[in-house]
Design a protein around this ligand. Structure first.
Ligand SMILES: Nc1ncnc2c1ncn2[C@@H]1O[C@H](COP(=O)(O)OP(=O)(O)OP(=O)(O)O)[C@@H](O)[C@H]1O
Ligand SMILES: [Mg+2]
Length: 274
C-alpha cells in the first residue's frame, strides 16, 4: 500500500485561512501586505498576504484568456486582473499598486513577459515574475520531493533535491481534459460537465480514472530518474476526491494532497513560505 502522507500543519493552516478569506478580507493583519496574481487557463486568482506571510484576502474569476499557459487574449486577461484589483481595493479599503505574477514551467522568457504586461495594463506594477513551480514551493517548502501543479490546461512539474530545483517541465493535460471525458460520456456540454465534476466528482471517478491515469503518466515522464520522490499535488484539477489515491496507486509512490490546492500557487506568488 502506498503511503498517503499528511501535509505539514503550517501549510494546511495557511490554505485553510486563505479559503476562509475568499472575497472577504481578515479583520486584522500585519503590514506590509503583498499581492500576487496567478493568471491561469481556467481561473485567475488574486491573493494578498501580510507581513508575516499569512493570507489576508483571496479572490478568483474564471479566465479564458490563456491556452496551454500562453496568453491568447491579452485584453480579456487584463480586464479580468483589473476587475480583481478593483474588488480587492474595495474589500480592503486601500489601493493596491503592485503585484507579483508567474508563468508556467513550459513557457519561454518572451511569452512570460506578456504576464508582466497584463498586470501593467490592469494598473499594477509587476514586482516579480517567477515560475509557477518555484512560487508553489515558497508555500510548500519542499526540499526533497516533487511539486505537481495540475491546472485547467497543463501539468507542471518541478523536482527538488537537497533544496535545489533540479528538473522543471510541463505537459498538456489537466482539469479541462477531465471535463472533455465527462462531457463525452454523459453526452452533455463541457460547460455542463464542469460543475458536475466539481460537485459530484466522487460519483464520476470511475469514468474519469483513465484521464487521471494519463495525468499520472505525464508526471512519471516528467520525473524520470526521481521516481521515489514524494509528489505534492498543487492546482485545482486533482482536488477531485479520490484522485490523489489513484495517482499514488498507479505510480506506486507517496503522494501528498492538499485541501484548497488551487490556492497554493497564488499564495506562493503573493508571499513567502509558511
Ligand atoms: N473541487 C474541485 N474538484 C475537481 N476539480 C476542480 C475542483 N475545483 C477546481 N477544479 C478544476 O481545477 C481546474 C483549475 O485549476 P487551477 O485554477 O489550478 O488551474 P489554472 O491555474 O487556471 O490552469 P493552468 O495552471 O493549467 O493554467 C479546472 O479544470 C477545474 O475544473
Ligand atoms: Mg495554474
Amino acid at each position: 500500500m502506498t503511503p498517503a502522507l499528511r501535509p505539514s500543519l503550517p501549510v494546511r493552516e495557511a490554505l485553510r485561512r486563505a479559503a476562509a478569506c475568499l472575497s472577504q478580507p481578515v479583520a486584522e493583519y500585519t503590514e506590509p501586505i503583498s499581492c500576487g496574481v496567478d493568471l491561469g487557463t481556467a481561473t485567475c486568482v488574486l491573493a494578498v498576504v501580510d507581513g508575516t506571510g499569512a493570507p489576508v484576502y483571496v479572490d478568483q474569476l474564471p479566465s479564458r484568456a490563456l491556452r496551454d499557459g500562453v496568453i491568447v487574449d491579452f485584453h480579456a486577461a487584463a480586464t479580468t486582473v483589473a476587475r480583481l484589483k478593483a474588488s480587492a481595493e474595495e474589500a480592503l479599503g486601500r489601493r493596491i499598486e503592485e503585484a507579483a505574477t508567474a508563468y508556467p514551467p513550459g513557457v519561454g522568457a518572451a511569452e512570460s513577459r506578456a504576464s508582466r504586461f497584463v498586470l501593467e495594463q490592469a494598473g499594477l506594477t509587476c514586482t516579480e515574475l517567477v515560475d509557477e513551480v518555484s512560487a508553489a514551493n515558497r508555500l510548500l517548502g519542499v526540499d526533497d520531493g516533487v511539486i505537481v501543479d495540475v491546472g485547467g490546461g497543463s501539468t507542471g512539474v518541478g523536482v527538488y533535491s537537497g533544496g535545489h530545483l533540479v528538473k522543471l517541465g510541463d505537459r498538456p493535460g489537466g482539469g479541462h481534459h477531465l471535463d472533455l471525458i465527462l462531457a463525452g460520456t454523459l453526452k452533455v456540454t463541457i460547460e455542463e460537465a464542469e460543475p458536475l465534476k466539481r460537485e459530484n466528482g466522487e460519483e464520476y471517478l470511475r469514468v474519469l480514472r483513465p484521464g487521471i491515469e494519463r495525468i499520472a503518466t505525464s508526471i512519471s515522464i516528467l520525473t524520470e530518474g526521481h521516481s521515489a520522490s514524494p509528489l505534492h499535488l498543487a492546482g485545482g484539477a486533482l482536488m477531485l476526491p479520490g484522485a490523489a489515491e489513484i495517482i499514488a496507486s498507479y505510480l506506486e509512490r507517496p503522494v501528498l494532497a492538499y485541501e484548497h490546492a488551487l490556492l497554493i500557487t497564488p499564495l506562493g506568488i503573493a508571499g513567502r513560505r509558511a
